[in-house]
Design a protein around this ligand. Structure first.
Ligand code: ADP
Ligand code: MG
Length: 355
């Protein structure tokens, strides 16, 4: 088991990791999720004793990495930076690692086979594609048949086949009872692999919970309404005391709304509806809300945000696209026939005022 206790790393003025405490459970895939710059790689380097904590501690089976004899037998890791000598063949690289950890030579062939590199085992790794490099890195990590495996953003830059392969491998390793700790900045990736989630932002722990619990807590639902008679609809909702938000393309959304009741309300007020549909916020949106305050840089501006500043729509989100909910506005405040305003995605944003 990996255990972090108040783990902290400071680089000059940058607090990369800020009093992180959590444990990585055995027999499941634990996703280590956070936006770029959150401190994931720094944390992983400290787990492997490649970086020294400013304060706090991290142990593997109760010991610091540096205290483990033949560490490859306890923990295998694939970090972001490739550490393979480009002039060495895949076979020689693995053999060198095996011999330095008193691992039998036969294991090298086994691993080459497992990761599908047997046919290129005698080629120098400088000619390897990114995917082949990742496979070699994974073979190195698994060489000592470790109880714990740790992968830092393993699917970055891989093709769909490579991604699928790594996902299945991680699940298989966990099913064998191993501790699998994998980082990513993509919720969508974690949703497909992780059983447990540790979310960090700006070096701080934001969440430590099971994937089903994360889904339960974060999948808010809403009812989307579309009408050619927006004034009527907004009046009806306002009279009924129902809060509504602007949805995409001129639609309206009622968070946690009751589909049947809203349909009946529209009928009772003679509002023609072109759409009445249930909506579910994606986990990606939930993650973006959770980490909104801790995202360092945003697409477009590239300007650092002051702490607590409200970010704009998530990168890659078109204006008016279904953003994270929460920046609602009152139905009564909409100007007659005026376009609905879309949420800003900021968790605590106040409703916009009319100018
Ligand atoms: P992540 O892996 O989550 O993207 P990192 O751990 O790489 O985040 O970085 C966390 C923060 O620490 C970032 O602000 C980064 O710029 C800073 N950082 C990481 N490594 C160093 C280093 N060697 N020297 C100075 N700053 C660093
Ligand atoms: Mg990283």
């Amino acid at each position: 088991m990996i255990e972090l206790h108040e783990l902290t790393k400071r680089y000059g003025d940058t607090l990369a990791v800020d009093r992180l405490s959590f444990q990585v459970p055995q027999g499941v895939v634990t996703g280590f999720l956070g936006p770029n710059g959150a401190g994931k790689s720094t944390t992983m380097r400290m787990i492997l004793d490649l970086d020294r904590p400013t304060s706090g501690s991290v142990t593997i089976d109760g010991k610091r990495y540096g205290r483990l004899s033949e560490p490859l037998k306890y923990i295998g890791a694939l970090l972001e930076a490739k550490a393979v000598h480009p002039g060495r063949t895949a076979y020689d690289h693995l053999l060198w690692l095996a011999q330095s950890n008193r691992i039998p030579r036969s294991r090298v062939d086994e691993l080459l086979d497992l990761v599908g590199l047997t046919s290129v085992a005698r080629k120098r790794s400088r000619g390897f594609s990114l995917g082949m490099g990742q496979r070699l890195g994974i073979a190195s990590a698994l060489l000592g048949d470790p109880e714990i495996v740790m992968f830092d953003e393993p699917v970055n830059g891989l093709d769909p086949e490579g991604i699928l392969w790594i996902r299945n491998l991680m699940k298989r390793l966990a099913a064998e009872g191993r501790t699998v700790f994998v980082s990513s900045h993509l919720m969508s990736e974690m949703a497909l692999t992780a059983d447990h989630l540790v979310v960090i932002g700006r070096g701080r722990l934001l969440a430590d919970l099971s994937m089903p619990e994360f889904i339960r807590q974060n999948s808010r639902t809403a009812v989307r309404l579309r009408t050619p008679q927006p004034e009527r609809l907004l009046d009806a909702l306002d009279s009924a005391g129902i809060r509504v938000e602007g949805g995409p393309e001129g639609s309206y959304e009622v968070v946690d709304g009751d589909l049947a009741k809203l349909g009946e309300l529209a009928a009772a007020n003679g509002v023609v509806l072109h759409e009445l549909s249930p909506q579910q916020a994606s986990l990606e949106e939930a993650f973006m809300q959770m980490t909104a305050d801790s995202v360092q840089y945003h697409a477009g501006g590239g300007t650092p945000l002051p702490p607590g500043a409200a970010p704009g729509n998530p990168p890659g989100t078109a204006p008016g696209a279904p953003g994270a909910w929460g920046a609602g506005w009152q139905a009564g405040k909409a100007g007659p026939g005026g376009p609905p305003r879309t949420g800003t995605g900021a968790p605590n944003a106040k409703p916009e005022e009319e100018n």
